[in-house]
Design a binder for this molecule. Sequence first.
Ligand code: ZN
Length: 134
Amino acid sequence: MLKVEHIGIAVKDLSKSNNLFSKLLGKEHYKMEEVVSEGVNTSFFQIGESKIELLEATKEDSPIAKFINKKGEGIHHIAYDVADIHLEMKRLQNEGFVLLNEAPKKGADNKLVCFLHPKSTNGILVELCQEIEN
Ligand code: ZN
């Protein structure tokens, strides 16, 4: 894995949290994007090499809505940048980690992503992401 690409934070109200995080970080978000397949609106802040991704549910059965109902707002996942997502998925599966999707899928911010089950990673949902080359 190359670096922590971003930290995903589940929030109830994206516009309120955009204000909060722009005060906290001293800068504005650089993009907002809806990921329809995941039922989320996202907002990204660049912090050096890494990013903060705010996530707001767009529907009741969104994974983010379920997360907030269970645990409240807070850190939802940690995303690691990888050079070759297919290789990393194979490597991690061989190490005994539980992948939540069998093939990489299209995530926010022009990435291919794959998630690892928190039960196999000390309670933290892990995202692998690889930039899609255009
Ligand atoms: Zn993410």
